[in-house]
Design a protein around this ligand. Structure first.
Ligand SMILES: Nc1nc2c(ncn2[C@@H]2O[C@H](COP(=O)(O)OP(=O)(O)OP(=O)(O)O)[C@@H](O)[C@H]2O)c(=O)[nH]1
Ligand SMILES: [Mg+2]
Length: 242
């Protein structure tokens, strides 16, 4: 599909799990932000556990995946968000009690021509957000297909959240809240309606996932998240313990 991208200047290249360690992402955002380097919270209590999880966003093009990530990571919203090429990689952290949860976020491209790349991004993911647009029935059906694909082919016990995005446009809603909620319950998914535009439920959906993820060390970090060293460079603290 085509979209008016406005004047946004975005670097366009394919980021893959193999190339992500180069200092780039396709929002042109820096990913190491606000590290206070001390390993301490503002109240001087020491942060004693850091867990890292791979999270992937999937869903039809234009449902608002990149906008949700942009809201969560930078607190911003762009009316003319550029359609994603391949995928974008970002990180963000949350604190739950004495645990810092670091999300490695893969924001995939929803355009059909990128579908075959998706397994590369959801492989090894401990969490997924499957996004649809509450104004678009087809996007809800597409979301259900992504859920089926994840349940068949992704990490066993992957935590899946369903996000009914663009909730600020509920006057043109076609997917009913209760229909999506029932589907989510029947399939063991977390479910929230979100708005990247107003920020409604955006942090909440990541927080709900973080709470549901097991915070114990697993086999090579594949199932339970990787526990990081306190002094690891580029550790992000700015969204932590607020
Ligand atoms: N009103 C409203 N518009 C939104 C919301 N989220 C995203 N948009 C708009 O919807 C359009 C598509 O958003 P994107 O974030 O690029 O969608 P995407 O799912 O990443 O699309 P692809 O990268 O092509 O897969 C943009 O114009 C956004 O500004 C929302 O919550 N409310
Ligand atoms: Mg996108």
């Amino acid at each position: 599909m085509t979209r008016n991208y406005g004047a946004l200047e975005t670097k366009r290249f394919l980021v893959t799990p193999e190339t992500k360690d180069f200092p780039r992402n396709n929002y042109g955002m820096a990913t190491a932000r606000g590290n206070n380097g001390s390993g301490q919270r503002p109240n001087n209590t020491t942060q004693n556990r850091i867990c890292q999880f791979k999270l992937v966003l999937l869903g039809e093009s234009a449902v608002g995946k990149s906008s949700l990530v942009l809201r969560f990571v930078k607190g911003q919203f762009h009316e003319y968000q550029e359609s994603t090429i391949g995928a974008a990689f970002l990180t963000q952290t949350l604190c739950i009690d004495d645990t810092t949860v670091k999300f490695e976020i893969w924001d995939t491209a929803g355009q059909e021509r990128y579908h075959s790349l998706a397994p590369m991004y959801y492989r090894g993911a401990q969490a997924a957000i499957v996004v649809y647009d509450i104004q678009n029935q087809d996007s809800f059906e597409r979301a259900k297909n992504w859920v089926k694909e994840l349940q068949r082919q992704a990490t066993p016990n992957i935590v899946i959240a369903l996000a009914g995005n663009k909730a600020d446009l509920s006057q043109s809603r076609v997917v009913e809240h209760d229909e999506a909620k029932q589907y989510a319950e029947e399939n063991g998914l977390l479910f929230l309606e979100t708005s990247a535009k107003t920020a409604m439920n955006v942090n909440d959906i990541f927080l709900a996932i973080a709470k549901k993820l097991p915070k114990v060390e697993g086999n090579n970090g594949n199932v339970h998240g990787r526990r990081l060293n306190e002094n690891e460079p580029n550790r992000q603290m700015n969204n932590c313990c607020k």
